[in-house]
Design a protein around this ligand. Structure first.
Ligand code: ASP
Length: 345
């Protein structure tokens, strides 16, 4: 690889990585990208052509949703031909949602899009941000035989590269903030970067990038808990205009077998609401019919999300609803893996 010919676009959206302490309030506030690059002079040593686009003002990722995902996707699309890879600096709180959304939005992606951030601001001596940025840039630029090694939307954090739509934030304090419980890391970083090419998805040749930018947020996440009362279920399933529900169930996709509950779910499905079963467990898969308590859901018309994360299910659902697929096709797409987000049995 000739470094001089490699160009990477950094999209700085905000997050802890670029924050400083507001002396008046004692809270962390986002700062602009210049501050970050000043703190990481090492990145100039790569010799890549690096360019940065900075959000103004930078955002805490709790404020990021479909509107910003569209903005990020459009920046990638309009710079796609000029750059070999993209590094998105993003707050960790909703990074797994944004990376999942991006994976579904960018159809036929053939270049790396690496999300990263940090748990400690870049100006803090013990920051994890430096290593995260430096390695993300190296991964975004990595090629073999002239082709990108990881042409996927990923999250890089604390020595691991994960498929974006397989990740979840699991730790609010530690540097290893993310996990990909149901899919192996795409790279492990130590002295060397060891790419797990067997588990990386490669695009079909000759297809061009197509960006989907319509979302429909008429969805709800319904997390089950023992002792739920009817009014709670009724109020969620009775939301006006509701089109789909992600039902966060117990274990391998189980829910109470109470007649009122199953009946209410069946009624929602009969009214055209899609109900997708996603497990509350971080590892493992929904297996409808393994227990009596999930067989009833399946009979009522609930679809299995298998081992999909809630983050991937939410973003996939909103994006697919936005594309206005016919009902049957939508169900088929939810029930299958479109960007490697599901392990089918
Ligand atoms: N609140 C921050 C954010 O998600 C946390 C972080 O960046 O780690 O924007």
């Amino acid at each position: 690889m000739n470094d001089k010919q490699t160009s990477i676009l950094i999209i700085y959206t905000g997050g802890t990585i670029g924050m400083v302490l507001n002396p008046l309030t004692g809270s962390l506030l986002p700062l602009n990208f210049e501050l970050i690059s000043d703190q990481v002079p090492e990145i100039k040593k790569f010799g890549f052509h690096l360019q940065a686009i900075s959000f103004d003002p930078p955002m805490d990722s709790s404020d990021i949703g479909p509107e910003i995902w569209i903005k990020i996707a459009e920046i990638i699309a309009s710079n796609y031909d000029e750059f070999d890879g993209f590094v998105v600096l993003h707050g960790t709180d909703t990074m797994a949602y944004s990376a999942s959304a991006m994976s579904f939005m960018l159809e036929n992606l053939a270049k790396p899009v690496i999300f990263t951030g940090s748990q400690l601001p870049i100006g803090v001596l013990r920051t994890d941000g430096k290593e995260n940025i430096i390695t993300s840039l190296e991964i975004a630029a990595a090629k073999e035989n002239g082709k990108p090694i990881v042409p996927e939307v990923c999250i890089y954090f604390e020595n691991r590269l994960y498929r974006g739509n397989r990740t979840t934030k699991i730790n609010a304090d530690n540097f290893n903030a993310f996990q990909s419980a149901n899919y192996p890391a795409l790279a492990k970083v130590g002295v060397h970067i060891k790419y797990n090419t067997e588990d990386i998805l490669y695009p079909e040749d000759g297809k061009t990038l197509s960006v989907k930018t319509k979302f429909d947020n008429h969805i709800a996440i319904l997390k089950l808990f023992p002792g739920m009362n009817r009014a709670f279920i009724d109020s969620i399933l009775g939301i006006k205009g509701l089109k789909a529900v992600i039902l966060e169930t117990f274990g391998s996709g189980n829910a109470p077998a109470d007649e009122w509950f199953v009946k209410r779910i069946r009624k929602a499905i009969e009214n055209g609401i899609i109900v997708l079963d996603v497990t509350q467990c971080s590892t493992g898969s929904v297996e409808l019919g393994r227990y009596e308590t999930s067989r009833k859901l399946s009979e009522a018309g609930v679809i299995s999300g298998y081992d999909i994360t809630t983050e991937a299910a939410t973003t996939k659902m909103m994006l697919l609803l936005g594309q206005n697929f016919p009902h049957e096709e939508l169900i088929l797409l939810l029930n299958s893996s479109i960007r490697g987000e599901i392990t089918l049995p």
